[in-house]
Design a binder for this molecule. Structure first.
Ligand SMILES: Nc1ncnc2c1ncn2[C@@H]1O[C@H](COP(=O)(O)OP(=O)(O)OP(=O)(O)O)[C@@H](O)[C@H]1O
Ligand SMILES: [Mg+2]
Length: 245
């Protein structure tokens, strides 16, 4: 089963300076971060806004390439898997970005079908494809919604469609960036409970969140970033109670 290894990863963004076009300012996304996530773990990535959570999750999900270091899943470099544009990455990692990414012109069913087609060969024919779509809708509490467009759904439902799309190919790893942001309390708890269930079935979950209550209540591994650096890594952490490593 896949272990994620983040090895001395840094990601810098180069900003052009006004009037100093020959000079560029180095913005730190993350710097020299190393960590290992074993299969089946549930890990929260926390830290204040701009601390590097999205940068780290993007790198772990192979959506971006580190400036230094590398992310490995087993022996495969994740950035290379992305470059190969094959089916391997989406079958390995389900990813939900902080930005909402649903195409407003596609129904829920169409969005899920496009994602499920990636795993088509792995899972068999058309019947199996429909079965997977129905199952993903069922798990995320969206049964009967396949003909709706994103504009007809609440923010919480849209987030759940993105989750359904991430898990439709049953990847062993889910990387989720603020999936509960901007949700009302009920929808948020629904999503948290759903993630707990998915994790209980063996799926690794790495997610960023600002939700203090949930992190404190569930007591999972908590990784805290400060200014792009790994500040602490607590096996059963609490928000705001971090000890430096
Ligand atoms: N595309 C980009 N270009 C330039 N700088 C960036 C870019 N993306 C991120 N940064 C910078 O990298 C740092 C980390 O940003 P990141 O988005 O990873 O933080 P975050 O912890 O996810 O914040 P938030 O809680 O607001 O989502 C910030 O200083 C940010 O300004
Ligand atoms: Mg972010």
């Amino acid at each position: 089963m896949p272990t994620i290894k983040v090895e001395n990863v840094s990601r810098y963004y180069w900003q052009k300076r006004e009037g100093w076009f020959w000079k560029r300012r180095k913005e730190i996304g993350v710097e020299d971060v190393s960590l290992t996530v074993e299969q089946g773990e549930f890990v929260y990535i926390i830290g204040s806004s701009g601390s590097g959570k999205s940068t780290l999750l993007n790198l772990m999900a192979g959506q971006d390439k580190p400036s230094k270091g590398a992310v490995y899943i087993e022996s495969e470099n994740v950035a290379d898997l992305r470059k190969a544009r094959g089916r391997k990455l989406p079958l390995l990692i389900g990813y939900v970005s902080q930005q909402h990414t649903l195409d407003r012109g596609k129904t829920v069913g169409e969005a899920l079908e496009a994602a499920a087609r990636v795993g088509y060969r792995k899972f068999g024919g058309k019947k199996e494809l429909n079965h997977r779509i129905q199952k993903a809708l069922g798990i995320t509490g969206l049964s009967g919604m396949q003909d709706k467009y994103p504009g007809m759904l609440t923010a919480g439902e849209c987030r759940r469609v993105e989750l359904a799309r991430a898990l439709i190919n049953s990847p062993p790893i889910l990387v989720l960036d603020e999936v509960t942001a901007n949700l009302d309390a009920d929808s948020m708890w629904d999503v948290f409970l759903l993630l707990n269930e998915i994790n209980a079935m063996g799926t690794t979950i790495v997610m960023s969140t600002h939700n203090i209550n949930y992190v404190n209540m569930v007591r999972r591994r908590v990784i805290t970033l400060v200014d792009g650096r790994l500040y602490s890594d607590e096996i059963k952490g609490r928000y705001g109670e971090v000890k430096k490593k």
